[in-house]
Design a protein around this ligand. Structure first.
Ligand code: TDO
Length: 187
């Protein structure tokens, strides 16, 4: 099978950026958004069980940093279908050499990049344009009681957000900081 994804590693172990390879012609293009065969190694036995789409209307809005607690940890495969975002993952695995480090990547409607975030990471993003639409592929079902997060403005995380914050959810405004007794995610 033709591999329609180039896999780029990042400075954080197990965190990858996928470059989708569109096939273009005079009508436009076709590109694969997901393939269990092409991504078999990264999926490492997981399969996609839920797909979410979000719209974020205002530029500068931040969602995150979110994750699901064990045993509901998940891989997330994130693409931006409209607009442009700064997408961030934080390594929360205490045994990792890159524990508490973050990595950001710009995803846009035109750069054909997808963020592949494994279990044990928090995820969040800031919109760089109005009206951003994201497509999320998840390897675990949404489990409200397992939802957790960290404050995106935590100085100990020191994420360099590109813009002033425009909006956050009430829940995200109340998320704890590392200093509030966070011990990492034990997978
Ligand atoms: C994530 C999710 C939320 N919901 C509900 C809960 C709530 O009523 C409403 C909106 O949810 P939230 O406010 O949590 O949406 P949001 O803040 O956009 O949450 C998302 O943030 C980004 C950064 C992620 O990484 C995602 O996995 C997810 O956590 O949708 C579901 O029904 N199913 C789901 O899979």
């Amino acid at each position: 099978m033709t591999n329609r994804f180039q896999i780029h590693t990042t400075p954080l172990e197990d965190l990858n950026v996928l470059e989708r390879k569109p096939i273009g012609d005079h009508r436009g293009f076709l590109e694969r958004m997901h393939c269990n065969a092409d991504l078999e190694e990264l999926l490492n036995g997981s399969t996609i069980v839920q797909i979410n789409r979000t719209l974020t209307q205002q530029r500068g809005t931040v969602r995150g940093m979110h994750f699901q607690q064990p045993p509901h940890c998940e891989k997330k495969i994130i693409s931006c279908l409209r607009g442009e975002i700064f997408d961030v993952a934080v390594d929360l695995r205490p045994d990792s050499e890159t524990y508490l480090q973050w990595h950001g990547v710009t995803l846009s409607e035109s750069n054909h990049l997808t963020f592949f975030i494994p279990e044990g990471f928090a995820h969040g993003f800031q919109t760089l344009t109005d009206d951003c639409e994201l497509l999320y592929l998840h390897t675990a079902f949404y489990h409200a009681e397992s939802e957790a997060g960290l404050d995106a403005t935590d100085p100990d995380l020191a994420i360099e957000w590109p813009l002033e914050f425009a909006q956050r959810s009430d829940r995200d405004n109340r998320l704890p900081k590392l200093d509030d007794g966070f011990n990492g995610i034990q997978l």
